[in-house]
Design a protein around this ligand. Structure first.
Ligand SMILES: *Cc1c(COP(=O)(O)O)cnc(C)c1O
Length: 479
């Protein structure tokens, strides 16, 4: 399988070539040159497979430059009941992503948050950690991951990379701005290859430092700086697997069609659903749910994509969906405009200049219904009401992001079952749960008391040169 860029660079790269990188050289995003079509025979056979076996089959379609036996053992080592152990009472951890029915035949949760950091980002990031280690070993190279986080992505990256040889992580977070639980998750890691840096500023200050360091191409090359952000193709590819697994768990035969409802921010999760559908998985509709930051809902309702300014981006109680523009959306638009890179390049020239684009009076919008998307949005009050309703109605506690999707999923449901992707566990968002339910969020037993573990973090001013110096000195001390 070869990979092309959404902005026109031809398909020369293979999977391992793009694994460690970010954007394509022309500024576009990588996509496979075609989506593999799944036959009825394959779909029948896959229904019986355990998660790791299914991951191997699906990833084999996209990864043709790693020997099969090696890819198989990477999948087996990644998707284990020991790593994805935080399933709901009564569900089987061997399923990795169990389906939990709220109303049988009508509404279910696909549990994606059973990994070490209690959010769905573990599903892809755990695989990424093992793929990185494998490819770097083969090449005799190293990588130093530099990233900024406001919570979820950073901790998922650290838990995926901890203890991996040839990989170091420098993670910037805003000092004093994350919850006690999130701080404890990240800062309690004692692994030598994980370096937590708390900058005395906001998330944007941390993000700006990462951008400044990445723009210094000689520093970047000399120190082998890499990223693991949401546009990484391997992350999207890994997420395709659980749409298949969820479909098989929620249906009895491959003639049935279901809807998935996805709480969305950067469009990474639902992009994987879009690709699963293009591969031939019988998904009828992809229901996209946003919070108050409704740039994607607006697009699917009107055909206008209007990225927001920082000032227009709201801080909400489903913070992992607080985005001003959706970094993976370009992948979908590439397919929507008939995979014409000239059209995409022109649209993103406008986006990169801070403008919006309008497809409503173009032929492209006429093809939109064929992609199966519908959308809706949710507010803080909706979130609180939904958390309460799901708790009182079904005895199940859901996190605020999942609540956004339950709200929109119920609103948009028609005759088919709706499977809502559960993207985090309530333990991560205790304050909102207390507001909704007047009680503490459930927390997995192995994470009790995590706040009292010793923490390891360097606090520093938001200063690019100081961060560069820290990286240089750490790397020069390496064995
Ligand atoms: C990252 C995240 C999302 C948004 O996913 P995208 O792939 O960015 O659309 C939703 N919920 C939670 C809990 C997340 O961590």
């Amino acid at each position: 399988m070869k990979y092309l860029s959404t902005r026109g660079a031809p398909a020369h790269a293979e999977f391992c070539d793009i694994l460690l990188g970010g954007l394509a050289p022309d500024g576009g995003l990588y996509l496979p040159e075609t989506y593999p079509r799944i036959t009825a025979e394959e779909l029948a056979r896959w229904r019986e497979l355990p998660y790791a076996g299914l991951a191997f089959e699906i990833l084999s379609k996209f990864i043709t430059d790693i020997p099969s036996a090696d890819l198989k053992s990477i999948c087996d080592k990644t998707y284990t009941a020991e790593v994805f152990c935080h399933v709901r009472a009564g569900d089987d951890a061997r399923d990795i992503t169990p389906v939990h029915w709220l109303e049988p035949g009508r509404l279910a949760l696909l549990e994606l948050s059973n990994g070490p950091t209690l959010a769905f980002k573990d599903m892809a990031m755990q695989l990424l950690g093992n793929l990185f280690e494998y490819v770097l070993d083969k090449r005799g190279e190293q990588i130093n991951i530099l990233a900024a986080t406001s919570g979820d992505t950073g901790s998922a990256a650290e838990y995926a990379m901890r203890g991996k040889h040839r990989v170091r992580v420098f993670m910037l977070s805003p000092h004093g701005k994350m919850s006690a639980f999130q701080r404890a998750q990240m800062y309690s890691l004692q692994d030598e290859n994980i370096c937590n840096i708390a900058v005395t500023g906001m998330f944007d200050d941390a993000q700006d430092i990462v951008k400044a360091v990445s723009n210094d191409s000689s520093f970047k090359a000399r120190h082998r700086i890499g990223a693991v952000n949401s546009i990484n193709w391997a992350r999207v590819a890994a997420q395709i697997v659980y749409y298949f697994k969820g479909y098989f768990a929620a249906t009895r035969s491959n003639d049935e069609r279901i809807d998935f409802c996805v709480p969305s921010g950067n469009f990474g999760n639902i992009c994987a659903g879009h690709i699963a559908r293009r591969m031939g998985l019988p998904i009828e509709r992809l229901i996209l749910a946003t919070n108050e930051n409704d740039v994607l809902d607006e697009f699917f309702r009107t055909g206008v994509y209007r990225p927001r300014s920082a000032a227009e981006t709201r801080v909400t109680s489903s913070p992992s969906m607080d985005i001003s523009k959706a970094s993976n959306f370009e992948r979908f638009v590439f397919d929507l405009v008939g995979r014409n890179p000239k059209v995409v390049a022109e649209l993103w020239r406008q986006v990169d200049a801070g403008q919006s684009f309008d497809l409503s009076r173009t032929p492209h919008l006429a093809s939109l219904p064929g992609f199966g998307f519908v959308s809706g949005s949710s507010t803080h009050a909706d979130r609180i009401a939904t958390i309460r309703k799901v708790w009182e109605g079904y005895g199940v506690m859901v996190d605020p992001h999942t609540a956004d999707a339950v709200k929109v999923g119920l609103e948009r449901a028609d005759s088919r079952p709706v499977v809502v992707l559960e993207t985090a566990l309530p333990a991560k968002f205790g304050e909102t749960i207390r507001e909704a339910l007047g009680r503490e969020a459930e927390r997995p037993a192995d994470l009790a008391g995590i706040e009292s573990l010793p923490q390891r973090v360097i606090v520093m001013a938001p200063d690019v040169d100081a961060v560069k110096q820290l990286i240089s000195s750490r790397l020069s001390k390496q064995p």
